[in-house]
Design a protein around this ligand. Sequence first.
Ligand SMILES: [Zn+2]
Length: 252
Amino acid sequence: MELIEQLATLFNESQRTVFFTGAGISTESGIADFRSPGGIWSQIKPIQFKDFLADESIRMEDWRRRFHFQKQFDEAEPNAGHKFVTNCLSYGKGIGLITQNIDGLHQRAGVPDDCIVEIHGNGTKAACLECHSPMALSQAQVLIEREGTAPKCARCDGLVKAAVVSFGQPMPQDKVLAAKELAERSDLFVVIGSSLVVQPAASIPLIAQRNGAKLVILNREATLLDAAADLIIRDPIGETLTQVQTVSASSQ
Ligand SMILES: [Zn+2]
């Protein structure tokens, strides 16, 4: 209970909380962590961005995988962890959310689009790689079934791809910048369900800390930034945050 009380106190004292979420928050909704040992990328080879650009059969395989993941995302429901983050952003002192997740569960839990920075993109949408015109996944699916080829943009004939950052694809610099700016403004930076291995994930919490923010890491496994953290909790996410909410409400 002591850790819960410490975290509740940090939330109560904060005026500008920023959340950083990774796969661990969504595994409690039944979504597989595809980068973890035993995850899907240890069973099937990830598709590299350059191969998507070069090869039609690889594009078709990428779409097959996309629709497979989408089915998993559609069947999942946001959990207590997602709801805690939404509450803090809507009614508390949360100023923003940075997420590595592409499953759209934060939005389905009620986080408005302008509160969220999706540094790895969003797997529930697609867009033209040239002119960035959006295409619904359902429309991409219809086109693939009708034409038997990977969809092209109606406006410029460019390749359409799920709006996620693929392996070997450059990070969207506007998103990285927005994430860094949020980190700079925060006085409490809460990492939830990320091992902080992939860049820029590993550096963003340190930006917050350099600007005076307290750093909390709520993750099942050890992370690379544990030594820098002000508070580390390894317990299940939804359960922990539900307890924090109760303690927080009773002390106000
Ligand atoms: Zn286009």
